[in-house]
Design a protein around this ligand. Structure first.
Ligand code: XMP
Ligand code: MG
Length: 183
């Protein structure tokens, strides 16, 4: 279900609230098994990944730590350049920790590729990626995510943390934006 005032701005619902929740529960069970007996630090990049982080962290039936980074990419705004500047760094040291990067979407993969290398240089015990969405047809560099929720078509999607011009982040579902909104 969509709030009526934005329904006309969206072409179709791609993933419902229920489908997202079921997938995150599935991923959480895998994470619990894979990290059994080990510490786990979830790291999300603001702002898009906040919903995935909040729901995944609460779905996990084990203690985890969480931390956030804010980055901004240089260059064109519609396409990721992969050149990234840290706006807010982590509060927690990664030395010897098992790090799981929690992402909303892997599009070109450039941002995540940069982030993974940056975090790997801080001597974590391990580093893996969990992304709710991936666009296989847009991928320029493979960041080898251990957990992927859904592979989706190469269309601009919004909702569940994802925005267009800072709108739609609070939709509970993930939807394809209608072309008339951005053209
Ligand atoms: P790259 O290309 O570096 O992209 O993998 C990373 C960031 O770009 C944003 N992004 C999107 N945001 N709908 C959005 O609302 C989309 O379809 C979309 N594709 C990429 C997102 O912030 C992601 O982390
Ligand atoms: Mg964005």
């Amino acid at each position: 279900m969509l709030p009526e005032d934005v329904a006309s701005e969206l072409e179709k619902v791609l993933l419902s609230e229920e489908e997202i929740a079921a997938k995150l529960a599935e991923i959480a069970r895998r994470i619990e098994a894979d990290y059994e007996g080990r510490d786990l630090l979830l790291i999300a990049v603001l702002k898009g990944a906040v919903m995935v982080m909040a729901d995944l962290a609460r779905e996990l039936k084990r203690p985890v730590e969480v931390d956030f980074m804010a980055v901004s990419s240089y260059g064109a705004s519609t396409h990721s350049s992969g050149v990234v500047r840290i706006v807010k760094d982590l509060d927690i040291s990664l030395e010897g920790r098992n790090v799981l990067i929690v992402e909303d979407i892997i599009d070109s993969g450039l941002t995540l590729h940069w982030l993974k290398q940056n975090l790997a240089s801080r001597n974590p015990a391990s580093i893996e990626v969990c992304a709710l969405l991936r666009k296989p047809d847009a991928m320029k560099v493979d960041v080898d995510p251990r957990y992927v929720g859904f592979d989706i078509p190469n269309e601009f999607v919004v909702g569940y943390g994802l925005d267009y011009a800072e709108r739609y982040r609070n939709l509970r579902s993930i939807a394809v934006l209608a072309p008339h909104v951005y053209s």
